[in-house]
Design a protein. Structure first.
Ligand code: PLP
Length: 454
């Protein structure tokens, strides 16, 4: 039977009966309590009863320019009127995809001059690992297939991207393990709670990486896949120098370095890409998604170095010189037109500069919450951050700590603030357009929620 979807209650019924949400809480499957977000403007979203929330999650780390941005909407509509879609396969192209590829080549560091478009972050990760395999296969080095990742990494939800992800929670009911994926330790270093110096933690991590490479044999390893700061794993910031040192290890052993900038790219750390500008490394490939379109359209991209691309084309078999990877919607014209407009607006409005100004203020203000008895630690960088809750006994995602974080989250929601509850963390990645006054409201609301949850 048809459901009248104009009514809040019937919307919730439709949702409860017929939707299986990504990352659904299976213990509440079928409950009619979904938060129905109906419209949005700027940094605010509104539910179907008209209640306003300040969205400190930025959708899902992705809504960077805020909601209802007329120029982005117009870019989508105008490209749709011109041509919504045509095949991107083989030697057929479209103006938006070619123009966006050129813009990205300018924004990325080093010789990362070639864009391979996909549909999201997960498919970009999949494609990057396949490209790493093609690269070595094209040189007759087929044994180089193994992939190094880290525990607590999150790289997405396709079978391969999920195999690369390292969090135990992401493996519920699944044995994702691929025989060629290996997880190194999570590289988190939090100076507030660490029992050792950053230098000593760094050395331990590097020794472990070298030992794993020696165990597997560098001749068997294709690539290392790494988020510069682990996002969904809990905003885990590695010790200073980790990115550059691991990059150097990869160079030494001829292992490709794939930087997953799905979250850290497009302004969240104050630069279009954080790899070089923030961490002083030039990777072999960079993955981007999410903020590349400000979340207005789904897009993923692998930026590939000329060196890799040249080697793949030089080593392709003469009888079938085909790059056998791609999607119906790779380089989709409306999607690419949105990304182009997003980049133009970001440049014109100085969004990266704005993040470099408000980002440190956000972290500084969040850190005042560390005085709360139920806050174990606060960590982050610019506009990605989290508050880790604890009841005062055991540290980490225990049942008690997770229940506590859930309470904090509920109080925030009651008071019109959306933070992302994950295990015993409240994660935040607000739109990049947040002003100091928005930040003050986030801190005040979260502070009051922490007091009430004690
Ligand atoms: N890589 C990172 C670092 C992510 O945070 C995510 C998603 O949260 C992905 C990859 C996967 O991206 P998507 O959900 O667009 O497939």
């Amino acid at each position: 039977a048809l459901i009248d979807t104009t009514e809040h209650d019937s919307l919730q019924t439709a949702d409860a009966k017929h939707l299986l949400h990504p990352w659904a809480d299976l213990s509440t499957l079928g409950d009619e309590n979904a938060l129905m977000i109906q419209h949005a403007k700027g940094v605010h979203v509104y539910d179907s009863k008209g209640k306003q929330y300040l969205d400190a999650i930025g959708g899902m780390w992705c809504v960077t320019l805020g909601y209802g941005h007329e120029e982005l909407i117009e870019a989508m509509a105008s490209q749709a009127r011109k041509m919504a879609y045509y095949t991107p396969f083989g030697d057929v192209s479209s103006a938006p995809s070619a123009q966006l590829a050129e813009m990205l080549a300018v924004l990325t560091p080093g010789d990362l001059n070639r864009a391979h478009f996909t549909t999201c972050g997960s498919t970009a990760i999949d494609s990057a690992v396949r490209i790493a395999h093609y690269y070595y296969a094209a040189q007759g080095r087929d044994s180089k297939r193994h992939v190094l990742s880290r525990r607590n990494a999150y790289h997405g939800s396709t079978y391969l991207a999920a195999s690369l992800s390292g969090k135990a929670a992401d493996r519920t009911l699944f044995q994702y393990e691929s025989e060629f994926v290996h997880h190194l330790s999570s590289p988190q270093y939090d100076p507030d709670i660490a029992k050792e110096s950053a230098a000593s933690r760094l050395q331990t991590l590097l020794d472990e990486m070298e030992a794993e490479i020696a165990r597997l044999g560098a001749d068997n390893i294709a690539c290392f896949v790494a988020e510069p700061i682990l996002a969904s794993g809990g905003v885990l910031v590695p010790p200073q120098g980790y990115q550059a040192a691991t990059r150097e290890i990869c160079r030494k052993h001829d292992i490709l370095y794939i930087s997953d900038e799905v979250v850290t790219g497009f302004g969240r750390l104050g630069h279009f890409f954080a790899s070089e500008a923030h961490f002083d490394i030039v990777p072999d490939m960079i993955i981007s998604a999410k903020g590349i379109t400000s979340g207005y359209q789904p897009l993923g991209v692998v930026m590939i170095s000329d060196r890799i691309c040249d080697a793949i084309s030089a080593g392709a078999p003469e009888e079938k010189p085909v790059f056998s990877n791609g999607y119906t919607y790779s380089g989709h014209p409306i999607v690419c037109a949105t990304a182009i407009k997003n980049i133009e607006i970001m440049k014109r409005d100085g969004i990266c500069q704005h993040v470099r100004e408000v980002g440190p203020y956000f972290i500084e203000q969040l850190r005042t919450l560390i005085d709360s008895d139920i806050v174990y630690t606060v960590r982050g960088d610019h506009l990605m951050a989290c508050v880790e809750c604890w009841t005062g006994d055991e540290v980490g995602p225990t049942a008690k700590n997770m229940a506590l974080a859930q309470r904090v989250d509920q109080y925030c929601e009651q008071d019109g603030l959306l933070v992302r509850p994950y295990e015993n963390l409240c994660i935040m990645s607000p739109p990049l357009i947040v002003e100091r006054s928005d930040i003050d409201r986030i801190i005040a609301t979260l502070g009051s929620a922490l007091t009430r949850a004690q």
